[in-house]
Design a protein around this ligand. Structure first.
Ligand SMILES: C[S@@+](CC[C@H](N)C(=O)[O-])C[C@H]1O[C@@H](n2cnc3c(N)ncnc32)[C@H](O)[C@@H]1O
Length: 234
Protein backbone atom coordinates (compact mmCIF):
# COMPACT_ATOMS: atom_id res chain seq x y z
CA UNK A 1 0.00 0.00 0.00
CA UNK A 2 1.31 3.46 -0.89
CA UNK A 3 1.71 6.08 1.84
CA UNK A 4 -0.21 9.35 1.51
CA UNK A 5 3.08 11.05 0.58
CA UNK A 6 3.82 8.49 -2.17
CA UNK A 7 0.29 9.02 -3.49
CA UNK A 8 1.00 12.76 -3.72
CA UNK A 9 4.38 12.23 -5.40
CA UNK A 10 2.62 10.15 -8.07
CA UNK A 11 -0.34 12.56 -8.39
CA UNK A 12 1.94 15.57 -8.84
CA UNK A 13 3.83 13.71 -11.58
CA UNK A 14 0.75 12.56 -13.48
CA UNK A 15 -1.91 15.20 -12.65
CA UNK A 16 -4.30 12.30 -13.20
CA UNK A 17 -6.98 12.75 -10.53
CA UNK A 18 -6.76 16.44 -9.64
CA UNK A 19 -5.72 18.32 -12.80
CA UNK A 20 -6.52 21.71 -11.21
CA UNK A 21 -3.41 21.30 -9.03
CA UNK A 22 -1.30 21.98 -12.13
CA UNK A 23 -3.06 25.29 -12.91
CA UNK A 24 -0.95 28.41 -12.96
CA UNK A 25 -3.85 30.71 -12.08
CA UNK A 26 -4.53 31.12 -8.36
CA UNK A 27 -7.45 29.41 -6.67
CA UNK A 28 -10.51 31.66 -6.53
CA UNK A 29 -10.46 31.10 -2.75
CA UNK A 30 -7.11 32.88 -2.50
CA UNK A 31 -8.23 35.66 -4.86
CA UNK A 32 -11.26 36.13 -2.60
CA UNK A 33 -8.96 36.28 0.46
CA UNK A 34 -6.80 38.95 -1.18
CA UNK A 35 -9.96 41.01 -1.82
CA UNK A 36 -10.81 40.62 1.86
CA UNK A 37 -7.35 41.90 2.87
CA UNK A 38 -7.67 44.83 0.46
CA UNK A 39 -11.10 45.72 1.87
CA UNK A 40 -9.53 45.75 5.33
CA UNK A 41 -6.87 48.09 3.90
CA UNK A 42 -4.16 45.71 5.04
CA UNK A 43 -0.83 45.93 3.21
CA UNK A 44 -0.18 43.16 0.68
CA UNK A 45 3.29 42.48 2.04
CA UNK A 46 4.91 40.80 4.99
CA UNK A 47 5.39 37.11 5.75
CA UNK A 48 2.98 34.57 4.31
CA UNK A 49 2.88 30.79 4.58
CA UNK A 50 1.39 28.56 1.89
CA UNK A 51 0.63 25.33 3.78
CA UNK A 52 0.95 22.41 1.35
CA UNK A 53 1.89 24.74 -1.51
CA UNK A 54 1.71 22.17 -4.32
CA UNK A 55 2.97 23.58 -7.63
CA UNK A 56 2.62 27.09 -6.30
CA UNK A 57 -0.36 28.56 -8.15
CA UNK A 58 -1.25 30.53 -4.99
CA UNK A 59 2.25 31.18 -3.65
CA UNK A 60 3.43 32.73 -6.92
CA UNK A 61 0.31 34.92 -6.99
CA UNK A 62 0.85 36.15 -3.41
CA UNK A 63 4.53 36.79 -4.12
CA UNK A 64 3.64 38.76 -7.27
CA UNK A 65 1.50 41.02 -5.08
CA UNK A 66 4.38 41.70 -2.69
CA UNK A 67 4.27 39.03 0.03
CA UNK A 68 7.34 37.08 1.08
CA UNK A 69 5.91 33.58 0.77
CA UNK A 70 7.15 30.50 2.61
CA UNK A 71 6.03 27.44 0.66
CA UNK A 72 5.86 24.20 2.64
CA UNK A 73 5.26 20.85 0.95
CA UNK A 74 6.65 17.35 1.46
CA UNK A 75 7.05 16.69 -2.28
CA UNK A 76 10.40 18.02 -3.48
CA UNK A 77 9.35 17.97 -7.16
CA UNK A 78 6.63 20.59 -6.67
CA UNK A 79 9.10 22.93 -5.00
CA UNK A 80 11.23 22.72 -8.17
CA UNK A 81 8.14 23.68 -10.20
CA UNK A 82 7.61 26.71 -7.95
CA UNK A 83 11.30 27.60 -8.33
CA UNK A 84 10.94 27.60 -12.15
CA UNK A 85 7.65 29.47 -12.23
CA UNK A 86 8.93 32.16 -9.85
CA UNK A 87 12.17 32.61 -11.83
CA UNK A 88 10.19 33.11 -15.05
CA UNK A 89 8.18 35.86 -13.37
CA UNK A 90 11.26 37.49 -11.81
CA UNK A 91 9.96 37.05 -8.25
CA UNK A 92 12.13 34.17 -7.03
CA UNK A 93 13.53 36.39 -4.25
CA UNK A 94 10.04 36.60 -2.67
CA UNK A 95 9.65 32.82 -2.23
CA UNK A 96 11.24 30.51 0.33
CA UNK A 97 10.88 26.79 -0.39
CA UNK A 98 10.70 24.28 2.45
CA UNK A 99 10.49 20.53 1.87
CA UNK A 100 8.79 19.58 5.14
CA UNK A 101 5.70 18.03 6.65
CA UNK A 102 2.81 20.24 7.71
CA UNK A 103 1.67 17.71 10.33
CA UNK A 104 4.87 17.93 12.40
CA UNK A 105 6.50 20.87 14.18
CA UNK A 106 7.05 23.81 11.79
CA UNK A 107 10.50 25.34 11.54
CA UNK A 108 9.29 28.93 12.06
CA UNK A 109 9.32 31.26 15.06
CA UNK A 110 6.12 31.95 16.96
CA UNK A 111 4.05 34.98 15.82
CA UNK A 112 5.99 35.10 12.53
CA UNK A 113 3.36 35.13 9.75
CA UNK A 114 1.10 38.03 8.79
CA UNK A 115 -1.10 35.70 6.76
CA UNK A 116 -1.47 31.99 6.14
CA UNK A 117 -3.25 30.01 3.43
CA UNK A 118 -4.29 26.37 3.53
CA UNK A 119 -5.86 25.75 0.14
CA UNK A 120 -7.19 22.16 0.33
CA UNK A 121 -4.02 20.87 2.04
CA UNK A 122 -4.76 19.96 5.66
CA UNK A 123 -7.70 17.87 4.38
CA UNK A 124 -4.98 15.53 3.12
CA UNK A 125 -3.40 14.92 6.53
CA UNK A 126 -4.33 11.34 7.22
CA UNK A 127 -4.42 11.33 11.03
CA UNK A 128 -6.40 13.39 13.53
CA UNK A 129 -3.23 13.90 15.58
CA UNK A 130 -1.48 15.20 12.47
CA UNK A 131 -4.29 17.67 11.83
CA UNK A 132 -4.20 18.77 15.48
CA UNK A 133 -0.45 19.41 15.13
CA UNK A 134 -1.05 21.44 11.94
CA UNK A 135 -3.69 23.42 13.81
CA UNK A 136 -1.50 24.22 16.82
CA UNK A 137 1.43 25.17 14.57
CA UNK A 138 -0.83 27.45 12.51
CA UNK A 139 -1.96 29.16 15.70
CA UNK A 140 1.56 29.41 17.13
CA UNK A 141 3.21 30.87 14.03
CA UNK A 142 0.50 33.38 13.04
CA UNK A 143 0.95 36.87 14.46
CA UNK A 144 -1.67 38.13 16.91
CA UNK A 145 -4.19 39.89 14.66
CA UNK A 146 -3.02 37.84 11.65
CA UNK A 147 -5.46 36.23 9.21
CA UNK A 148 -5.61 32.72 7.79
CA UNK A 149 -7.60 31.53 4.77
CA UNK A 150 -8.65 27.89 4.88
CA UNK A 151 -10.44 26.08 2.08
CA UNK A 152 -11.77 22.56 2.55
CA UNK A 153 -14.18 20.25 0.75
CA UNK A 154 -17.69 20.00 2.14
CA UNK A 155 -19.08 16.64 3.21
CA UNK A 156 -22.01 17.31 0.88
CA UNK A 157 -19.78 17.82 -2.16
CA UNK A 158 -21.22 15.74 -5.01
CA UNK A 159 -18.27 13.35 -5.37
CA UNK A 160 -17.18 13.27 -1.72
CA UNK A 161 -20.72 12.51 -0.54
CA UNK A 162 -20.69 9.41 -2.76
CA UNK A 163 -17.22 8.37 -1.61
CA UNK A 164 -18.04 8.90 2.07
CA UNK A 165 -20.84 6.38 1.55
CA UNK A 166 -19.04 3.93 -0.75
CA UNK A 167 -15.38 4.28 0.35
CA UNK A 168 -15.43 5.72 3.89
CA UNK A 169 -12.31 6.41 5.93
CA UNK A 170 -12.22 5.66 9.66
CA UNK A 171 -13.13 9.22 10.66
CA UNK A 172 -16.44 10.99 10.24
CA UNK A 173 -16.89 12.49 6.75
CA UNK A 174 -13.60 11.09 5.46
CA UNK A 175 -13.07 9.15 2.24
CA UNK A 176 -10.49 6.85 0.73
CA UNK A 177 -10.22 7.50 -2.97
CA UNK A 178 -10.64 4.37 -5.11
CA UNK A 179 -7.59 3.44 -7.24
CA UNK A 180 -5.00 5.35 -5.25
CA UNK A 181 -6.14 4.97 -1.62
CA UNK A 182 -5.73 8.73 -0.97
CA UNK A 183 -7.29 9.78 2.33
CA UNK A 184 -9.38 12.96 2.46
CA UNK A 185 -11.04 14.62 5.44
CA UNK A 186 -14.19 16.49 4.47
CA UNK A 187 -16.14 18.73 6.82
CA UNK A 188 -19.57 19.94 7.78
CA UNK A 189 -19.91 23.42 9.22
CA UNK A 190 -20.20 22.30 12.87
CA UNK A 191 -16.97 20.32 12.63
CA UNK A 192 -15.17 23.34 11.17
CA UNK A 193 -16.43 25.65 13.89
CA UNK A 194 -15.27 23.20 16.55
CA UNK A 195 -11.89 22.44 14.96
CA UNK A 196 -10.95 26.11 14.53
CA UNK A 197 -12.53 27.29 17.79
CA UNK A 198 -9.32 28.90 19.11
CA UNK A 199 -9.46 31.41 16.26
CA UNK A 200 -12.04 34.08 15.69
CA UNK A 201 -14.05 32.87 12.69
CA UNK A 202 -14.50 35.97 10.53
CA UNK A 203 -16.11 34.23 7.55
CA UNK A 204 -17.41 30.76 6.88
CA UNK A 205 -19.09 30.30 3.50
CA UNK A 206 -20.16 27.34 1.44
CA UNK A 207 -19.26 27.79 -2.22
CA UNK A 208 -20.50 25.73 -5.13
CA UNK A 209 -18.90 25.69 -8.57
CA UNK A 210 -18.49 23.42 -11.59
CA UNK A 211 -15.25 21.45 -11.30
CA UNK A 212 -13.37 18.43 -12.61
CA UNK A 213 -11.72 15.64 -10.63
CA UNK A 214 -11.42 11.85 -10.73
CA UNK A 215 -12.15 12.04 -14.47
CA UNK A 216 -15.55 13.63 -13.88
CA UNK A 217 -17.19 16.99 -14.40
CA UNK A 218 -19.30 17.70 -11.34
CA UNK A 219 -20.60 20.37 -8.97
CA UNK A 220 -17.99 20.99 -6.24
CA UNK A 221 -19.06 22.21 -2.80
CA UNK A 222 -16.32 23.74 -0.69
CA UNK A 223 -15.98 25.88 2.41
CA UNK A 224 -14.11 29.19 2.47
CA UNK A 225 -12.98 30.32 5.91
CA UNK A 226 -11.20 33.41 7.11
CA UNK A 227 -9.79 33.07 10.62
CA UNK A 228 -8.19 35.68 12.84
CA UNK A 229 -5.77 35.02 15.66
CA UNK A 230 -6.80 37.08 18.67
CA UNK A 231 -4.71 39.96 19.95
CA UNK A 232 -3.51 43.25 18.53
CA UNK A 233 -2.72 43.61 14.84
CA UNK A 234 1.04 44.08 14.54
C1 LIG B 1 -4.77 19.29 -2.75
S1 LIG B 1 -3.08 19.74 -2.89
C2 LIG B 1 -3.21 21.51 -2.76
C3 LIG B 1 -2.00 22.22 -3.28
C4 LIG B 1 -2.09 23.76 -3.24
N1 LIG B 1 -2.45 24.22 -1.92
C5 LIG B 1 -3.05 24.28 -4.29
O1 LIG B 1 -4.12 24.77 -3.93
O2 LIG B 1 -2.71 24.21 -5.47
C6 LIG B 1 -2.42 19.29 -1.28
C7 LIG B 1 -0.92 19.54 -1.16
O3 LIG B 1 -0.51 19.30 0.18
C8 LIG B 1 0.67 18.51 0.19
N2 LIG B 1 0.61 17.74 1.45
C9 LIG B 1 -0.36 16.88 1.83
N3 LIG B 1 -0.10 16.39 3.06
C10 LIG B 1 1.06 16.95 3.46
C11 LIG B 1 1.85 16.84 4.63
N4 LIG B 1 1.49 16.04 5.64
N5 LIG B 1 3.00 17.56 4.72
C12 LIG B 1 3.37 18.38 3.68
N6 LIG B 1 2.67 18.52 2.55
C13 LIG B 1 1.52 17.82 2.44
C14 LIG B 1 0.61 17.68 -1.08
O4 LIG B 1 1.88 17.29 -1.56
C15 LIG B 1 -0.08 18.65 -2.04
O5 LIG B 1 0.88 19.44 -2.72
Amino acid sequence: MMTQKQIWVEEHLSGRQLPSMSNEDPSEMVVRFVKFLKNKKLPLRGQAIDIGAGKGRNAVYLASLGFNVHCVDYVQAVLSTIDNRAKKKGIRHRLQLWCARIDEEWNFASNFFDIAIDCYSSIDIETINGRKKYLSELYRTLKPGGYAMISVVSSDDEIEKELIASHPGREKNSSIWPDTGKFQKNYDEDELREFYMNFEIITIEKIKKPAHKLNRNYQATNFYLVLKKGGENV
